[in-house]
Design a protein around this ligand. Structure first.
Ligand code: GLU
Length: 473
């Protein structure tokens, strides 16, 4: 049977890393098996669902590159279908109208607790029976699924192994509320059935819902999919991952300068392993992923490792790939790349030194924008009167240089050193501060090559003027 998986977020907030990892596992399983992946927005909770959250989830999925073959489907567009199935279950006596009011059920629950019993809905409670018997046309009602009373529900979770629930533990759950809206546990079954989902990959918070859902599949004679419940993600302090641990929204990782590939590689390893391999290309992830190798235990988030992976991908990815994402950060910082070197060339030069694209964008700035002032410490150390002669001589040589390339620039610096009998640092450092405004940069000949002749000459002129001004003070 062709595999079809899905990611089914409720749009009550942004796409967080836990959701993204579930989506990734579900997506990888589909790709690994040559199957399909569906995106479904579970927006039946009208009060908590927002369009903003829907947009944020779609944006997150797109940024991660987790493309879906079908969807997004919206549960709010499927109410007619849910009602049709509710009617069918009513007709088959597999569901029934329940007239017991919320107040009555609350009272019964309190009685049960006072008597030391487990609070639960009991269709045979005399007061419930009475409420049903005395209902009129006007009495509001909800619809409940008739859960089997005996036996148990067993399923082989692909991650956690065999799980069994006694039916006696499950009450008759509401499938349509008094206001006519269908409930999550019901919609999810109808959707997964209609959409032909073969494997349900989701968070472990849904384990307790699974036996209820399986009973509904059975009542409908629908094929029961396989289930795989992923464990929680914890912060590095062992508590459930939350905002207090820093970024939890996928888009915040984009804002903080992570590459989607680094985050995906990080997330796949957060609970899944293949020997002790840490770096996985997308092709390798697809090829090697299996639900059976996903860990049952909770995984702790480790920002240092994510940073390490991000640096790895900045360094080793095709510069054009990094450029696509760096462009976003350059735009965000108002750095126009129109009159400057190709972004990919800048990445080749400075990428290695950067852990994030935010740093990389900052380190790219001087290739495209003139700076207002020299870094104070660097200027104090390197733009001193002794450096003036070196800068002036270099300027004359650079003005005369016709073939502007790294090798020739290297020769200019070497010649300047030789003529003035100065060490490399005595010329290279003032030049670096003059053309980049700062004390650290990659090799200054390569940097000058990319900055380009007009800008380099203008900046050297400014540095010499700066030294003159300081000397005059
Ligand atoms: N909408 C549910 C959630 O966001 C997921 C339901 C499911 O995957 O079955 O938690």
């Amino acid at each position: 049977m062709k595999v079809k998986t899905r990611f089914a977020p409720s749009p009550t907030g942004f796409l967080h890393v836990g959701g993204a990892r579930t989506a990734l596992y579900s997506w990888l399983f589909a790709k690994h098996t040559g199957g399909e992946f569906v995106l479904r927005i579970e927006d039946t909770d009208l009060e908590r669902s927002t369009q903003e959250a829907i947009d944020a989830i779609i944006e997150g999925m797109e940024w991660l590159g987790l493309e879906w073959d079908e969807g997004p489907y919206y549960q709010t567009k499927r109410f007619d279908r849910y009602n049709e199935v509710v009617d069918q279950l009513l007709a088959d006596d597999k569901a029934y109208k329940c007239y017991a009011s919320k107040e009555l059920l609350d009272e019964i629950r309190e009685e049960q607790m006072a008597a030391g019993l487990k609070p639960r809905y009991d269709a045979n409670h005399p007061r419930v029976v009475e409420a049903n018997a005395s209902a009129t046309e006007e009495t509001p009602f909800c619809i409940r699924f008739r859960n089997p009373k005996e036996g148990s529900v067993v399923f082989d979770d692909k991650i956690r192994g065999r799980i069994e629930f006694q039916n006696s533990e499950l009450d008759d759950l509401i499938i349509r509320r008094t206001d006519g809206s269908p409930t999550y546990n019901f919609c999810v079954v109808i959707d997964d059935w209609d959409m032909g989902i073969t494997q349900v990959v989701r968070g472990e918070d849904h384990i307790n819902n699974t036996p209820r859902q399986i009973n509904i599949y059975k009542a409908l004679n629908a094929p029961v999919p396989e289930f795989a419940h992923c464990s929680m993600i914890l912060g590095d302090d062992g508590a459930k991952l939350s905002k207090r641990h820093g970024a939890v929204s996928v888009m915040q990782y984009r804002d903080e300068g992570y590459l989607p590939q680094a985050l995906l590689n990080y997330l796949v390893r957060l609970g899944w392993s293949h020997g002790d391999q840490e770096i996985f290309s997308m092709e390798e992830m697809i090829q090697l992923f299996s639900l059976e190798s996903v860990s049952k235990s909770a995984s702790a988030f480790n920002t240092d490792k994510l940073l390490w992976l991000n640096n790895h991908y900045i360094k080793s990815s095709e510069p054009e790939y990094v450029a696509k994402y760096l462009q976003w950060h350059l735009d965000a910082k108002g750095i126009s790349t129109e009159n400057g070197p190709a972004i990919a060339d800048v990445i080749k030069l400075v990428g290695e030194r950067c852990n994030t694209l935010v740093e990389l964008a900052e380190q790219s700035r001087y290739f495209y924008q003139d700076f207002e002032a020299f870094d104070a410490d660097a200027a104090k150390k390197h733009l001193r009167p002794v450096a003036k002669e070196a800068l002036e001589l270099a300027l004359v040589k650079l003005e005369a240089l016709e073939d502007w390339n790294t090798e020739n620039l290297h020769t200019v610096i070497a010649d300047t050193c030789a003529e003035l009998e100065l060490g490399m640092g005595k010329v290279g450092m003032p030049l670096r501060v003059a053309v980049t405004g700062q004390g650290q940069s990659p090799s200054v000949d390569a940097v000058m090559n990319l900055i380009g002749k007009p800008r380099v000459l203008a900046r050297l002129g400014k540095a010499i003027a700066f030294i003159n001004e300081r000397a005059a003070q």
